[in-house]
Design a protein around this ligand. Structure first.
Ligand SMILES: Nc1ncnc2c1ncn2[C@@H]1O[C@H](COP(=O)(O)OP(=O)(O)OP(=O)(O)O)[C@@H](O)[C@H]1O
Length: 235
């Protein structure tokens, strides 16, 4: 059998001093799957994403392509799992867009020529190739979000986890991002309230509520029942 890209067993986590955010999450995602993570505010979506590359660490087990996530494997796993945060200012800190996108490949010690090529490709993918020399702080929110995505794509992660990627984007920005996400061959985990995006990008949807998985199945099925959507804060 093919090794899953992501396996989560009985993951439980509480923020100090005791705010329980995840209660026994089990999840298996196969390579190349595009999975949506939906649920009301406070359901635990962001908390779950922060566990995927060890930024938070709860009780239970996480395996990335079969490798358990432990302090020993953390560096190796961070190269395979790219996390795009909800607010781009958490991800951008250099004087220029180019430097921000080049930061991770520089840090990883890639050769300069490869860095330049990867940065060009990543900026092209998100449609920001003409803004390489601008300051990220003078870009619009939508542009910043695209650069933040490029800073992760540039490392060519096998798993891409995005938190609210369309929040704050205008309709055209949304459409372009949706098309880009649909085209990505990577395993994709998308935490969002944007059900239209979910229908466009993710054949599978997982619903979280109160830190638990309360539904997991084909998107068309999971999102088809208006009463279910209403009951769980999704509509
Ligand atoms: N830094 C923190 N300290 C304490 N509690 C937190 C912290 N961050 C989140 N929580 C709590 O953990 C729970 C899960 O929050 P989380 O942000 O993961 O939910 P979410 O599904 O991403 O919500 P949203 O849709 O609002 O982004 C909530 O009860 C929240 O109040």
């Amino acid at each position: 059998m093919m090794t899953p890209a992501l396996e989560i067993h009985h993951l439980t986590f509480a923020y100090p001093p005791g705010q329980v955010a995840l209660r026994g999450i089990n999840l298996r995602v196969m390579p190349g799957e595009h999975v949506a993570l939906v649920g009301p505010n406070g359901a635990g979506k962001s908390t779950l994403l922060l566990h995927l590359n060890g930024l938070l660490s709860g009780d239970g087990e996480i395996r990335i392509f079969g490798t358990p996530l432990t302090p020993k494997t953390l560096q190796q796993i961070r190269r395979r799992v790219g996390l795009v945060f909800q607010s781009p200012e958490d991800q951008l800190f250099c004087p220029t867009v180019y430097e921000d996108v080049a930061y991770a490949p520089c840090y990883a010690g890639l050769p300069p020529q490869e860095i330049a090529q990867r940065v060009r490709e990543a900026l092209q993918l998100v449609g920001m190739q003409d803004h390489a020399e601008r300051s990220p702080f003078h870009l619009s929110l939508g542009e910043q979000k695209r650069v933040a995505l490029a800073t992760v794509l540039v490392m060519q992660p096998d798993i891409l986890a995005l938190d609210e990627p369309t929040a704050g984007l205008d309709p055209r920005g949304r459409r372009e991002l949706s098309l880009l996400l649909q085209s990505l061959p990577q395993t994709l985990i998308l935490a969002t309230h944007d059900l239209e995006l979910v229908r466009q990008v993710c054949p599978r949807t997982v619903v979280l509520e109160g830190g638990m998985v309360i539904a997991d199945g084909p998107t068309a099925q999971v999102l088809s029942d208006p009463a279910f959507l209403l009951a769980h804060g999704l509509a």
